[in-house]
Design a protein around this ligand. Structure first.
Ligand SMILES: [Zn+2]
Length: 140
């Protein structure tokens, strides 16, 4: 058995304008009463929705701004160690690039170094005597 009255969903569709007003609404007082009740509820809901206190809205805006600035600060807080790491790596690479590369004359230099080391090791005089010896050699 099907009800001839309009359903609540059909009345809501009429209120929101998705369907045209059915003829039944003009002839049935019960449906017209329910339609008027739904319309009144919607008006009250819309009116209540627009009465959001300004203080609440400004508090929400402040909270959003503080969260955004906190996010920005956290982002910078993460970027500083990364930037420091990059600077250290760049400094290491630049320093590594500046270091002299071993030349092809290294064996000759090594030979000279070994000769000097051998002379120092084979010299029986202790190292504190060296400045005095230099003094005597200059005065020759
Ligand atoms: Zn009806």
């Amino acid at each position: 058995m099907k009800s001839e009255h309009l359903s609540k969903e059909a009345l809501v569709e009429v209120i929101y304008g998705s369907t045209s007003e059915p003829e039944h609404l003009g002839t049935c007082s019960a449906c017209r009463e329910q339609y008027r009740h739904l319309l009144e509820s919607r008006k009250n809901f819309v009116a209540a929705d627009s009465e959001v206190p300004e203080e609440l809205l400004s508090a929400q805006r402040r909270a959003i701004r503080s969260r955004l600035s906190r996010t920005v600060r956290q982002t910078w807080g993460r970027l500083v160690p990364l930037a420091a790491t990059l600077v250290i790596v760049a400094a290491f690479l630049i320093d590594f690039d500046r270091r002299p590369t071993p030349s092809r004359q290294a064996p000759a230099d090594d030979l000279k170094v070994f000769q000097e080391v051998f002379e120092l090791v084979s010299d029986p005089a202790p190292q504190p005597v060296e400045p005095i010896r230099t003094f005597f050699e200059e005065s020759k």
